[in-house]
Design a protein around this ligand. Structure first.
Ligand code: MEV
Length: 421
């Protein structure tokens, strides 16, 4: 465990010094150098996908101050969006008063779907499939002895009747404990293996055989409590609750509220080489699980007036397989988190999502999002205008002071600055 995640002064030191500070806080011999440059050689990139013509760099920042279940953790975040890393670190600092973020999660249960069609007696077929449950689970497990050996494997069979444009037909869900994998390969292989037997039992045919990203049996939950004094007072807390409640009731606000959550979640998922689209699909479909798209998080005030924010969502991330293992920078990022199971990583990711969400809702309920955002955005505008080195902060400060973070003004300010030197 990191000796502390409270690394102050990071802003004022170089990138190399920051990496060294993180490595020192974590202790042991952690090698963060793969995060230093390209992260991935072009040869490695060429082996990862097809028709490679290059790669695109995304900054990786470290979120500080984070405590998850009593453990200090320095969290890697890959994002192109300014203010995200700072916002997480800021709320994480406030959350330390009550011990940080508390998380729980279910077993890593992924589900694969097998679509069954052309069945004369869908309900009879459903019963026959459930009667053959043990046989089907055994057949599924034969596909992945390694997974079974490490304690995972097929656990259950659910048969759903779909009433829709195809008329009544069946979809079988194979529930699989995928251990420390994201699980797509394992469950897809099993689904393809059991489909012919399912079709035979149903006396119909099988069509689609693929995992569902609505991984609603593999959820993580995060809870954070923050004292009003830490976050701007009781009125801010009350306004945060009111603002967050709009996101529960209104899909238009819910989309943006959840986007804020995903600012944190996708950043950690990407840094650790996980499939961000799978996590996003799971999050948004879960947000609509009762038929209306809603906020994934809830905000309340407890009996003492503290803010209590909670988040629950599917989190299909892994530690083995995929880019998590093959991308050197992702490996270094995972090492930073010091997790030993995919569940631990999933819980850290959801904690960061919640912190990011609290930060956004706080800003919206208090001074508005633009003040903090613009300060950081100004640096990007300064760089785009041609500022280098110390000029970046000088031009950014001038833009904020003029309350005009605009590229044309940045060019003028930069010219004035250079003329005055
Ligand atoms: C911007 O990337 C995210 C926010 O819009 C989230 C929110 O509105 O809650 C600030």
């Amino acid at each position: 465990m990191a000796s502390t995640s409270r690394l102050s002064g990071l802003r004022n030191i170089s990138v190399d010094e920051r990496r060294a500070a993180v490595a020192e806080a974590i202790g042991g011999d952690i090698d963060l150098t793969p995060l230093a440059g390209d992260g991935l050689s072009i040869e490695q990139a060429d082996r990862m996908i097809e028709n490679v013509i290059g790669q695109i760099g995304i900054p990786v920042g470290v979120a500080t101050n984070v405590i998850v279940n009593g453990r200090d953790v320095l969290v890697p975040m890959a994002t192109e969006e300014p203010s995200v890393v700072a916002a997480v670190s800021n709320i994480a600092r406030m959350a330390r008063r009550f011990g940080g973020i508390v998380t729980t999660s279910t077993e890593p249960l992924m589900q694969a779907q097998v679509q069954l069609l052309d069945i004369a007696d869908p309900q009879g077929a459903r019963a026959r499939i459930l009667e053959a449950r043990d046989e089907i689970l055994t057949l599924a497990n034969e596909q992945d002895p390694m997974l079974v050996q490490v304690g995972g494997g097929a656990r259950d069979l659910l048969v759903r009747t779909i009433h829709g444009i195809l008329g009544d037909h069946l979809v079988v869900h194979l529930v699989v404990n995928v251990g420390d994998a994201m699980g797509a390969n394992a469950v897809n292989t099993m689904a393809e293996a059991i489909a012919p037997r399912l079709a035979e039992i149903a006396r119909g045919r099988s069509l689609l055989r693929i995992l569902t990203n609505l991984a609603d049996l593999r959820v993580t939950r995060a809870r954070v409590a923050i004292h009003p004094d830490e976050i701007g007072g009781s009125e801010v807390v009350a306004n945060m609750v009111t603002g967050a409640n709009l996101a529960y009731d209104d899909p238009y606000r819910a989309a943006t509220h959840n986007k804020g959550i995903m600012n944190g979640i996708s950043a950690v998922a990407l840094a650790t080489g996980n499939d961000t689209r799978a996590v996003e699909a799971g999050a948004h479909s879960y947000a609509a699980r009762d038929g209306q798209y809603r906020a994934l998080s809830r905000f309340e005030q407890d009996a003492d007036g503290n803010l209590v924010a909670t988040l629950e969502l599917p989190m299909a991330v892994g530690l083995v397989g995929g880019a998590t293992k093959s991308h050197p920078a992702a490996r270094a990022a995972v090492a930073m988190t010091e997790v030993s199971t995919a569940r631990e990583l999933a819980e850290i990711i959801s904690a960061v999502g919640l912190l990011q969400n609290v930060a956004a809702v706080r800003a919206l309920a208090a001074e508005g999002i633009q003040r903090g955002h613009m300060g950081l955005h100004a640096r990007n505008v300064a760089v785009a205008a041609g500022a280098v080195g110390a000029e970046v902060d000088a031009v950014a400060a001038a833009l904020v002071a003029r309350r005009a973070v605009r590229s044309d003004i940045a060019v003028t300010v930069l010219a004035e600055l250079r003329a005055s030197e």
